[in-house]
Design a protein around this ligand. Structure first.
Ligand code: CA
Length: 235
């Protein structure tokens, strides 16, 4: 089921859209201001965003601009006034389409179908099993790691370690288990090598991208738990 995020501060319009989209079989999530809309767009994995332009907290243009630094989520803008410069700016910021209020719901539904289809077609090269955590994605088939839209070069062993930890996100994993499963040592080897590789990964991911990925679990080992560091949205 496709999940659609509606970011709209006018309650009546938001409610109307929510009901219509649910009726069409979409899962709907909503936000009533720009800042929480951006948050939900980046963390709640919607398939498409309907974004009002005039919003409290953060404008629709700014929301659009920030999403585009990290994601190719299809965006349909809603604009209340028939203002050409706003539309142009929105499209420049990477919105896929726009509608001027008031609009016919059938037209919006048609444009949603087009945007979803276009996105699906363009994304067909993405492999199943791709791991996501916030701004970080790891593709186990193509061996690509991308963070905030930037490819990150990892060695084979760094990649294997990151993949293993992401697959077990939220679980504390001992150094011995990592040695056994990632390095395939079936004896208790020197666990120091694990610490060294965790350091390499943090150096390549956490520091440059203002995130936290691999947490140290005292007297156990490590755990993948994704966090954005304060101020990272301005990075
Ligand atoms: Ca508005």
């Amino acid at each position: 089921m496709n999940r659609i995020l509606i970011v709209e501060d006018e309650k009546k319009i938001a409610r109307f859209l929510e009901l219509e989209l649910q009726h069409e079989g979409y899962e709907v999530i909503t936000a009533a201001d720009g800042r929480s809309g951006l948050e939900r767009a980046l963390h709640d994995a919607p398939d498409l965003l309907i974004l009002d332009l005039m919003l409290p907290e953060m404008s629709g243009i700014e929301v659009c601009r920030r999403i585009r630094r990290e994601s190719d989520l299809p965006i349909i803008m809603l604009t209340a006034k028939d203002d050409v410069s706003d539309k142009v700016m929105g499209l420049d910021m990477g919105a896929d389409d726009y509608m001027t209020k008031p609009f016919a719901i059938e037209e919006l539904l048609a444009r949603i179908r087009v945007a979803l289809k276009k996105h699906r077609t363009s994304g067909e090269h993405a492999h199943a099993g791709t791991l996501h955590a916030g701004v970080l994605t790891l593709d186990p088939v193509s061996y690509e790691v991308v963070c905030r839209g930037t490819p990150v070069t990892l060695t084979k062993k760094e990649f294997d370690l990151l993949r293993y930890l992401m697959e077990h996100a939220g679980e504390a994993i001992s150094r011995d288990q990592l040695l056994r499963d990632v390095w395939e040592y079936d004896y208790a080897g020197d666990t120091n090598v694990v610490d060294v590789y965790v350091r390499y990964l943090r150096h390549k991911l956490d520091e440059p991208f203002h995130i936290r990925t691999i947490q140290t679990i005292r007297s156990v080992g490590y755990m993948f738990r994704y966090e954005e560091l304060p101020g990272s949205e301005n990075a």
